[in-house]
Ligand binder design. Structure first.
Ligand SMILES: NC(=O)C1=CN([C@@H]2O[C@H](COP(=O)(O)OP(=O)(O)OC[C@H]3O[C@@H](n4cnc5c(N)ncnc54)[C@H](OP(=O)(O)O)[C@@H]3O)[C@@H](O)[C@H]2O)C=CC1
Ligand SMILES: N[C@@H](CC=O)C(=O)O
Length: 815
């Protein structure tokens, strides 16, 4: 013998009922099938009853809808020649329902007793119709009536079962009425006086559990519209997976905390009997489903699932008059209980100064009123403050039997939430330690569930959500490298990079599922007009975990927005040097925000493109070393230009070539005026703990005055062409001394300067080729022989790889 139950969605219409019929026909043993009402019918009945009692004729529309739904199923599933009798039975029941509703309408009244009777029609009709469909297909099927064997008290609306009587009646009923298939309405029972009662929310699960327990069966199957109990709500967490095996306590916690697959009370009858529960999907009958048993899973992960309850209010009662005073909580919770307000979550500070609890938001006004009335005396005497009500709250909870005795679960939970800027308003962990719950803002729930799911179930692959601003020379290469390395990173570093936002100076595009980067070269297909505020607002609105803002522009406008990202715990990676070389205050502020909001701020490419220069200083400084002196060639483009220029072609043409190769700034004046090198030297000094502003660095300009005002790259190059003799003169003078030209950045004895120097052949910089950079650090530890870093210091490819390395650094820290 087997008991199975189909929920409302499984029997929603003719197509779905046919699936159920096929499932039932495949069972090779006697089966009791408990059915819910057709999906939505219980709500329609409730609405019709309430409208009728309010003398609102609208109830007739609900009635018509209910009638139509059932008659339609009969017409679709019963052969025409057998329909007449069945239709007239259904119509007889519907007439009875109509009379009841008319009665409510005329009397303007709806007693709990009549309401139960009205509500029972959903399951009464569905069980009748399904039984007739089975019979019409030649099955040995009968319709059972649960009111005949489930006996309750007369608390209409949520009646309590009399198990002593019920258990015996069930055994007797099925002995006396054997059939291969018995279709039983869920949710309905009867009082001792044989009046219809109902079993409350989840009543059909409960009916099935009561029958399975009374018959001492081994297992109970619940068929629904999902393939089992998920590790988190799959509509919110795309990576959620089916929990194959879970124990009852865990399932109870998960279902109490919002996993809508099961109702906790439904599990109660089968629990003491050790009956297993299998959750199956009507729409994917071959899927394994979830097994809920007393033993539970042997999975070493202490967390079994993550769940949430929304639409809550958090109330806080606090004040000095609560400390050490017995009876405050009794008075508080008594007044709530008298008003039938369910308290979902409680936490009290050990100082006893405050009690904080969560209730359904719709009860908040009532709760506020009654609590303030109950503590009126204390409030007037300033011993207690009026209760504080915060709306828009949710509870998230991690659940698992082995959380108890497993160190680090709450640490992992709260650090994952904190890292993603999710504010925790209250925390509770029951003594059972099976559940750690936190109250958060409802707007953060989606992010929180995903973050926690990643932390507990997808540790192996961390997802980074990138928002990339600037897709020019460097930004374009960066996107190409992501495409190329995506698979490798996922496989080997367990980091999944998704680009969710892309912008240039004119347009911005977003795709919450991540762009197919090979298709987004041209933003005009997907973009909306770009504004800095709009870009930031969209990122905030998406509120995705592990968000990273990547700046590949060269503008101050973008550099000045970093603080807003960091404040939202969004990491910032930038190759734009303007932020770190602006005022010392801004530089410090960004560092402070990064620390405060736990949001990485990385800019390795600000000096030496892809060379590990900034990271090296950070390590020197962190290990207690001190940078005393710096000698460096920090401009890739200038090194390239002075290496290439030999007086045979125009200096302006060589600069144009450097630009074309992607070595210069978008406006090469920034390189040739020494500004770029000054910025880099400032950044090196700041990283070495020097307090330095722009005016502290002396720049010896080698450009003629006529080139300094050029507004863009083209006019600048044209201006250079007119000054060829100036550059030829510089070159010839150096050559005459057996020297070459290099723009050198120096820090010595606290004095910093940048300038064009004639470098002799015995100097380590003399042979610096192509677009290379070189940095010599003289430190306390590297006194005579400096620490030397050398290599390509400009170019889109190497710069993009440096940005990529910063992004990976963020991902690797999260893995
Ligand atoms: N080249 C190199 O070797 C190195 C470069 N860098 C840095 O890389 C950065 C980028 O250089 P590069 O790629 O050559 O520059 P590009 O001019 O080629 O690209 C700049 C990108 O930024 C976009 N952009 C400009 N202004 C804005 C704005 N206000 N808002 C949004 N997007 C904007 C541009 O859009 P649009 O096309 O619409 O104008 C373009 O997509 C610079 O800061 C540079 O210092 C750092 C190290 C080495
Ligand atoms: N324009 C820069 C590029 C790197 O920062 C340079 O020439 O070094």
């Amino acid at each position: 013998m087997k008991v199975i139950k189909f929920g409302g969605s499984s029997v929603a219409n003719a197509v779905n009922i046919k699936r159920c019929v096929d499932i039932i026909k495949n069972i090779n043993e006697p089966v009791i099938v408990v059915v819910s009402a057709l999906s939505g019918v219980t709500d329609l009945l409730q609405l019709a009853a309430v409208q009728a009692a309010a003398h609102n004729e609208e109830y007739i529309n609900q009635f018509k809808e209910i009638s139509h739904r059932h008659l339609e199923v009969v017409r679709a599933l019963i052969p025409v020649n057998q329909q007449a009798g069945i239709l007239s039975s259904v119509i007889r029941d519907l007439n009875e329902l109509e009379v009841l509703l008319q009665g409510c309408y005329l009397l303007r009244e709806l007693s709990p007793r009549i309401k139960d009777l009205i509500m029972s029609f959903g399951e009464r009709l569905s069980s009748y119709v399904i039984a007739e469909v089975m019979k019409a297909q030649g099955e040995d099927c009968r319709q059972g009536y649960s009111g005949a064997f489930i006996k309750t008290n007369d608390k209409f609306g949520k009646a309590a079962v009399n198990f002593e009587v019920t258990d015996a009646l069930i055994v007797e009923y099925f002995k006396q009425n054997p059939a291969a298939i018995t279709i039983v309405p869920g949710f309905i029972a009867e009082s001792a006086a044989n009046e219809v009662t109902t079993l409350g929310r989840g009543g059909s699960d409960y009916t099935a559990a009561i029958i399975a327990a009374a018959l001492d069966l081994k297992e109970l199957e619940i068929w629904t519209d999902v393939s089992g109990i998920y590790t988190a709500n799959p509509r919110v967490v795309k990576q959620a997976k089916i929990i194959k095996h879970i124990n009852f306590q865990e399932a109870m916690e998960l279902s109490h905390f919002g996993a809508k697959v099961l109702y906790p009370s439904a599990l109660a009858p089968i629990l003491p009997k050790g009956i297993s529960l299998i959750v199956k999907n009507t729409f994917e009958p071959d899927a394994e489903g979830s097994l809920v048993s007393t033993i539970g899973s042997t999975d070493p992960n202490p967390v079994r699932g993550i769940t949430n309850i929304d639409n809550l209010a958090l109330l806080t009662l606090e004040g000095p008059g609560m400390v050490g005073v017995a009876g405050i909580s009794k008075r508080l919770f008594e007044v709530l209980s008298l008003e039938d307000i369910n308290v979902i979550f409680i936490t009290q500070a050990s100082s006893e100064h405050s009690i904080c609890f969560a209730i359904i938001a719709s009860d908040a006004d009532k709760a506020e009123r009654v609590i303030n009335a109950a503590f009126e005396f204390e409030i007037q005497n300033k011993k207690v403050k009026p209760v504080r009500v915060e709306l828009g709250m949710s509870i998230i909870a991690v659940v698992g039997d082995y959380i108890k005795g497993h160190q680090g679960v709450s640490g992992r939970m709260f650090s994952a939430l904190g890292r993603n800027n999710i504010n925790i308003c209250a925390i509770a962990q029951g003594a059972s330690e099976r559940n750690i719950s936190a109250v958060i803002l409802e707007k953060d729930v989606k992010k929180a569930l995903n973050v926690l799911h990643e932390a507990f179930f997808e540790e192996v692959v961390v997802q980074l959500n990138l928002f990339v601003m600037g897709i020019g020379n460097v930004g374009g290469k960066f996107l190409e490298q992501i495409v190329k390395q995506h698979h490798y990173l996922k496989e080997h570093l367990k980091v999944n990079i998704r680009v969710v936002g892309i912008a240039n100076s004119k347009l911005m595009c977003f795709n919450v599922d991540g762009f197919n980067l090979s298709e987004v070269k041209d933003l005009s297909n997907c973009g909306v007009p770009m504004t800095q505020g709009g870009f930031l607002d969209k990122i905030k609105e998406l509120n995705l975990r592990n968000s990273v803002f990547v700046d590949n522009t060269a503008t101050a406008e973008v550099a000045m927005t970093y603080g807003e990202y960091l404040k939202k715990s969004i990491a910032v990676v930038t190759c734009n040097k303007i932020a770190c070389s602006s005022t010392m205050d801004y530089y410090k502020e960004l560092k402070g925000l990064s620390k405060k909001y736990n949001a990485p701020f990385l800019y390795e490419t600000n000096v030496g493109a892809g060379l590990p220069i900034i990271d090296t200083i950070k390590n020197l400084v962190a290990s207690g070393d001190q940078v005393k002196e710096i000698q460096a060639v920090l401009s890739g483009s200038l090194n390239f230009i002075f290496n290439q220029y030999n007086g045979t072609k125009l200096f302006a043409d060589v600069v144009a070539l450097a630009k074309q190769e992607g070595y210069t700034e978008p406006h090469p004046l920034i390189d040739l005026s020494g500004v770029d090198v000054k910025r880099k030297l400032m950044i090196l000094m700041r990283e070495s703990n020097y307090w330095v502003e722009e005016e502290d660095i002396e720049v010896a300009n080698f450009l003629p005055e006529s080139c300094m005002e050029a507004k863009d790259a083209d006019t600048f190059i044209a201006a250079l062409a007119k000054e060829e003799s100036h550059f030829k003169g510089l070159y010839d003078a150096a050559k005459a001394k057996g020297a070459c030209l290099k723009v050198v950045a120096t820090l010595k004895e606290g004095k910093a300067c940048v300038g064009l120097q004639e470098i002799k052949s015995d100097h380590p910089f003399y042979h610096l080729e192509g677009k290379d950079n070189i940095v010599l650090f003289f430190t306390d530890r590297y006194k005579e022989q400096p620490l030397l870093i050398k290599g390509a210091g400009a170019g889109a490819e190497v710069t993009a790889s440096g940005i990529f390395a910063d992004v990976i650094r963020i991902g690797s820290k999260l893995v």
